[in-house]
Design a protein around this ligand. Structure first.
Ligand code: ATP
Ligand code: MG
Length: 214
């Protein structure tokens, strides 16, 4: 049995075409079903539905053989024990620093101000500001980061941006880009050895589909 960990929403949707190329078709739509274990047309392949941030944990412990996780999630998780053979180039966005339109971020930095930064991505944020030589107090949030500068919880946020429409809707502007984000295939290292015959054709099809060769 091969177990693939995916999160609902964009990762599931954008992984589907790749799975189809490998001849794997889920027997249910996770948006419509409450089931967390979904079978496929292949009796020895199943999909488990987990939170995006939990994908590396399931794969690391071998509860899933492989999974798809955003680079943002992998940076925060450390990725220990995970083999990351492929950038799937899906769920693309960027990790950015954003602040209220009315906040003069550039001057605050120039003056050496200590900034309060709200984010779900504390490791990425810590590393970014350390490199820039900016002193920050990090405030861990689990969602709706855009709210923090509007109510005085933080001077700026570190968050994912794709179109920028959520920032605009909340009168925030992107002030720095940290890095580009896309989702990667993650594979349990022991499973790769033990189940090589079952896993390698899937990896090969994924590699070809994203133009990475094999
Ligand atoms: P939830 O939104 O349910 O709280 P989540 O934010 O962890 O959970 P998703 O929104 O599905 O889950 O995001 C999953 C992954 O998709 C993220 O880890 C990131 O890599 C990527 N992603 C997040 N937001 C965007 C976006 N606006 N555009 C493209 N990719 C994104
Ligand atoms: Mg989200």
């Amino acid at each position: 049995m091969i177990t693939l960990a995916l999160s609902k929403g964009r990762i599931f949707e954008e992984t589907m075409p790749l799975l189809e190329k490998a001849g794997i078709v889920p027997s249910e739509d996770p948006e419509k079903s409450r089931k967390l274990i979904i079978g496929t047309n292949q009796p020895d392949v199943r999909i488990i539905i987990v939170r995006a941030t939990d994908v590396p944990t399931y794969v690391q412990h071998g509860a899933a053989d492989l999974g798809v996780a955003g680079k943002d999630v992998l940076i925060e998780h450390s990725g220990a024990g995970l083999y990351q053979p492929l950038d799937l180039n899906i769920a693309r966005c960027r990790l950015c620093v954003a602040a209220a339109e009315s906040f003069d971020y550039a001057s605050a930095i120039k003056q050496g101000a200590r900034l309060r930064i709200a984010t779900k991505y504390v490791n990425s944020a810590r590393e970014h500001f350390a490199k820039r030589g900016v002193h920050v107090d990090l405030i861990k949030l689990y969602g709706s980061m855009e709210l923090a500068p509007l109510v005085g919880l933080a001077d700026a946020i570190v968050d994912l941006v794709s179109t920028g429409s959520t920032l605009r809707a909340n009168k925030l502007v992107e002030v720095e880009e940290i890095c580009d984000i896309s989702s990667r295939l993650v594979v349990n290292q022991a499973a790769l050895k033990m189940k090589y015959e079952q896993l390698s054709p899937i990896l090969a099809v994924f590699a070809e589909a994203v133009g990475a060769g094999t």
